[in-house]
Design a protein around this ligand. Sequence first.
Ligand code: C2E
Ligand code: CA
Ligand code: CA
Length: 248
Amino acid sequence: MAALEAESFIFYLQPKYNILTNKIIGAEALVRMKPSENISTLMPGDFIPLMEETGDIVKLDFTIYQQVCEYIKDRKKKNLTLFPISVNVSKRQLYNPYFAEEYIETKNRYKLPDGLIELEFTESIFFEKYEVISGIVKKLTEYGYICSIDDFGSGYSSLNLLKDVSLGVLKIDRLFFENLENNKRGDIIIRNVINMAQELNMKIVAEGVETFEQLEFLKSVNCDMVQGYIYDRPMPVEEFEAKYYNIK
Ligand code: C2E
Ligand code: CA
Ligand code: CA
């Protein structure tokens, strides 16, 4: 189990694009295992569920968050273009009473301007301890974080949630537009979810977009941003830098 120490992990970046301009406007940090000779590389799906169970995920999330803060600080120092980078937050953080304080304290220590870190809370987090998570999102937003709801539509999304919690971004789960053809009802739902979220001043990211048909459809329903293999897979930071170094 030594390989599951938080220090054994790094992050890859997957760009998010403005659907109209085709320009990169942000990226999501996704955990990856550091390559090692004596252990085969596992993907998040192979180790995150176990770490959720043991509680190790809390430390892992914080490690990735710190690495991302370091990365943004470094880009700032080099006067490179800055855009928001999102990190994932496990629902286990709900049981960590110091979660918001720890994250805010770290952001202050790195002297990061507001609006550059996005925290992605998976939809299911809102069905546990609703009051707690609503309070946390409110506080983090006040402290300059962009808070988003991840995997929207993958579970039992509650519209109440959008009514009560002021989130900046809604990420539509890829399951939503997997079978676009022959699914007029699905179209209507996506179209209206996007309208509703925009009226609530939220930005929309469609994730897991793989085909041009999906992209065209998402344009036609006014989706703001797209993240998916159609543009880029998650990639090591060095590769990301090489590809986007000159982006203004
Ligand atoms: P997620 O947050 O929904 O992240 C998106 C996942 O979809 C990523 O998988 C990404 O590689 C994949 N993806 C992106 N575009 C496409 C596409 O066009 N098609 C398909 N089929 N997949 C696409 P990944 O990196 O394997 O991560 C899986 C999940 O693990 C994440 O889902 C997230 O829930 C979790 N995860 C990743 N990093 C962290 C972390 O640092 N902390 C926590 N708590 N969870 C993490
Ligand atoms: Ca995510
Ligand atoms: Ca997601």
